[in-house]
Write a protein that binds this ligand. Sequence first.
Ligand code: ADP
Ligand code: MG
Length: 245
Amino acid sequence: MLKIKDLKVSVNNKIILKGVTMHVNRGEIVLLLGPNGSGKSTLAQAILGNPNIKIIGGKIYFDNKDITNTSMEERVSLGITSSFQIPPKLKGIKLRELALEILSRRRVPDPEEKLEIYASLLNLEEHLNRDVNVGFSGGEMRRAELLLLMAQSPRLVILDEIDSGVDLESILILGEAINKMLLSGTEGAIIITHTGFIAKYVKASRAYILLDGKTMCHGPAETVVKHIYEHGFARCKKCEGLTHE
Ligand SMILES: Nc1ncnc2c1ncn2[C@@H]1O[C@H](COP(=O)(O)OP(=O)(O)O)[C@@H](O)[C@H]1O
Ligand SMILES: [Mg+2]
């Protein structure tokens, strides 16, 4: 459903992505791994169509349609959405109100019932009446974010470092909820992680390693994650058993 071909982008005249090639098939969860500063969040923003990101080469296709130069609004209407690396705090807006508003705008039948299902899945029942992210722990914030994404039911979801600063129990809950999303409407997911923690809990089929703005190698998710745990990112250029660009 998503295909990225030799993408090169700059931000504030600095070249950040120097050749990204990857794809996500329908029904697939793909991991994007890379150390801090390798360009993962920039790639997420480029897929979303953030206007601060200047595309200087390559193409992005969605459903075989070239979307390289389409606006962020158009991409949202195609069903592409993302989590925030740093979720905003919304004082005065309750998590319940915001989720119900999203569900109602989508004209989902029985929004209250749907919300209860999502909240129970994400263990957030007790937090629905709190202001969004205000005083939330890391794990609660990530779970709340996923709840709001589930309410949106995007076709393609990009989850940026959803497993950072999060306790193990929350990672498990998030992983299961992501798997469920893929079984109920969402057609594809890109999970960005520099720790790889979430890999154990999501049914990811493939993984890519991004180093210094380039997709260096890719392979079955399990093989890639195992390689990184054994050798770190630095040796990825020489790694065996993975496909190199
Ligand atoms: N607005 C910006 N202006 C200049 N450099 C930026 C900007 N945003 C990101 N960068 C740089 O781009 C590189 C990749 O950043 P980022 O995409 O956030 O990496 P990652 O998410 O993999 O940690 C970093 O060197 C970062 O400093
Ligand atoms: Mg990042």
